[in-house]
Design a protein around this ligand. Sequence first.
Ligand code: PNS
Length: 158
Amino acid sequence: MRIAIYPGSFDPVTYGHIDIIERASKICDKLIVGVLMNSSKSPLFSVEERVNMLNEVIQHIDNVEVCSFSGLLVDFAKEMDANIIVRGLRAITDFEYEFQMAHANHILNSEIDTVFLTTNIDYSYLSSSTVKEVAGFGGDISQFVPDVIAKKVYNKYS
Ligand code: PNS
């Protein structure tokens, strides 16, 4: 069984993430979306909120499970019996960070490989930070996240 992990902060999940989840789910038997718990980024949403939001927007995909994790990604992958890490690549600016992370993870566990999916061109500009910045100033985020997520983001700033 081919098990892959799609890790991230998902603070909040965006249409860009959903696109990667939909596509990654087609190239593995089981996709685990791993939500990082001990982020040093002081997230807007708690890890429970981020897991719940992801669960709400992936209901249409059968072979996806959402879990939170802390510590090293490779340890979480091993615990889940996954040997593929999926990451989305938006633009060349993502590349250096992703390249370093993929190599570091492979050195930490040589049985785990990182697979990159190019983000849909429609979402190549999109990040969770953009969503928060626009929402924080009362802007329209309807093109960035599903309505159910947009409501929760606006609530945080109200
Ligand atoms: O959505 P993000 O914030 O870009 O995701 C980053 C994430 C969660 C994939 C990365 O920070 C991570 O894997 N953290 C876990 C700690 C770890 O394993 N670090 C070593 C990787 S070099």
